[in-house]
Design a protein around this ligand. Structure first.
Ligand SMILES: Nc1nc2c(c(=O)[nH]1)N[C@H]1C(S)=C(S)[C@@H](COP(=O)(O)O)O[C@H]1N2
Ligand SMILES: [Mo]
Length: 440
């Protein structure tokens, strides 16, 4: 095994006596530098797209070795504009990319590292100046149309740090596998969002007594080019919509929201599946029934109402809408694979969150869960923000260790050690995160 001294990333800091071994991740293409794609995939289906990018048809297309980067493309086609090259692209149509878990280390997730989950094609060059937000629906007293300026001048501005996690984060671990993006740990982030309270805007239009749900629509378009069809149009019950922290935001970390995260305007619903946080927001629908937009229908963003065995077939009527996300934690420092040299103590850290609840306790184990040590845990910056945890580990001997982290929410519910309730779409995997450490 080759060992190199290296600085793993610009933003992490290395402890003294700490290095990494670079193990090629199998299939990731890390071992295939040079002419070969770092991204490790060039799908057949993208050839037509590549053709348009190089400006002519690609001759001998069927002979292009898998994973070859075409020189004529210049830049790595899988670096997303406005995003770090270190995001891992899982799909390019629609574009989906996750954050490597160790890059989630900052307490506030930077915009260029925030994951991207698209269901359709984002709007091209959306105009901030001409942006309009329509508020209507059966349970709206009056229809309203607001510009961005209206939002900024008619309502009070609020900022909250809010955790957004895709319902499918962790899907990769389910067996039998579930179709869809094979997210590992990185479809989560916690940025500071600035905007107005959704409830203030809803009240401005007037909310009738029979209102039960608020649905959103965005300016993205369907993959199949059908302009009448929305790629996604989800929603939340009126009670969640009326919470102080539910925002219509135009800023992320004090700057304009990156295009891929919803510029110029998006909903931010902390603690719930991020699919409820509509990007490129241009319509709110105050509904007198559960919103019936795209991806509200079963089995999208639903799990079996009662647990089922792995691989079970579940009828649509036995599926329930996911609401608050479950308790979860990640280890963000060190990056897995670290080698601790001539030292037996190491400070590890990460974040923990628990949907609508707060985290009460985080514990860590270095002996495969036989014994646990309490980590120190910070209060959240505000309700629905993830919480920083840290722990100082004392390794009794040299050797290979795994560090496991486990969070418990304020209702006493802990993360499972094994993959939880299998479900057909692979949602809500909140099993404990583990990293490997070698003590030399
Ligand atoms: N308009 C629109 N809003 C959307 C989506 C989308 O495809 N279109 N994807 C949803 C899903 S499934 C998730 S997980 C989050 C992802 O937000 P992000 O891309 O900013 O990380 O946005 C949600 N809002
Ligand atoms: Mo999602």
């Amino acid at each position: 095994m080759e060992e190199n001294e290296f600085i793993p990333e610009s933003r992490g800091h290395l402890e003294e006596n700490f290095t990494y071994n670079i193990l090629p991740e199998s299939g990731s293409g890390a071992e295939k530098r040079g002419y070969w794609s770092r991204r490790g995939f060039l799908k057949k289906g993208t050839l037509a797209v590549l053709g348009t990018l190089v400006g002519t048809k690609i001759a001998f297309a069927n002979r292009i070795p898998k994973d070859l980067d075409l020189l004529g493309l210049g830049e790595d086609p899988y670096v997303i504009p406005g995003k770090s090259a270190e995001l891992v692209v899982l799909n390019d149509r629609p574009l989906n990319a996750e954050t490597p878990v160790h890059l989630l280390d900052p307490e506030v997730t930077p915009g260029d590292l925030f994951f991207v989950r698209n269901n359709g094609i984002p709007p091209v060059n959306p105009s901030k100046r001409n942006w309009q937000l329509v508020i209507e629906g059966e349970s709206a007293v009056t229809k309203k149309v607001l510009t961005l300026d209206d939002l900024k001048t008619k309502f009070r501005e609020y900022s909250y740090q809010l955790t957004l996690e895709c319902g499918g984060n962790g899907r990769k671990e389910f067996f039998p596998p579930a179709k869809g993006n094979q997210w590992t740990y990185g479809a989560v982030g916690c940025a500071t969002w600035t905007g107005v309270r959704l409830k203030d805007v809803l009240n401005y239009a007037g909310v009738k007594a029979d209102a039960v749900y608020v649905g959103y629509e965005g300016a993205d378009t369907h993959l199949n080019g059908d302009s009448g069809k929305k790629p996604i149009s989800r929603g939340i019950p009126i009670a969640k919509a009326m919470e102080d922290e539910t925002l219509i935001a135009w800023k992320m970390n004090g700057e304009e929201i990156p295009l891929m995260n919803g510029y110029p305007l998006r909903l931010v619903v902390g603690g719930w599946p991020a699919s409820t946080s509509g990007k490129w927001l241009n319509k709110l629908l105050i509904r007198n029934k559960i919103h019936d937009g795209a991806k509200m229908e079963a089995p999208s963003y639903m799990v079996p109402c009662k647990p089922v065995g792995p691989g079970a077939e579940v009828a649509n009527e036995d599926m329930c809408i996911i609401e608050s996300m479950p308790v979860k934690s990640i280890i963000t420092f060190p990056k897995t694979g670290g080698i601790l040299k001539s030292k037996r103590t190491l400070e590890v850290r990460g974040h923990a969150w628990a949907g609508d609840l707060a985290v009460q306790e985080v514990q860590v184990s270095i002996d495969y869960g036989a014994t646990w040590q309490k980590a120190s845990l910070k209060a959240p910056a505000n309700r629905l923000a993830w919480q920083r945890w840290t722990a100082t580990l004392n390794f009794p001997d040299t050797g290979y260790y795994e560090v496991w982290a486990k969070a418990t929410d304020t209702k006493g519910v802990s993360q499972p050690m094994v993959i939880p309730n299998w479900n057909p779409k692979g949602y809500l995997n909140n099993a404990c995160h583990r990293i490997a450490i070698k003590v030399q």
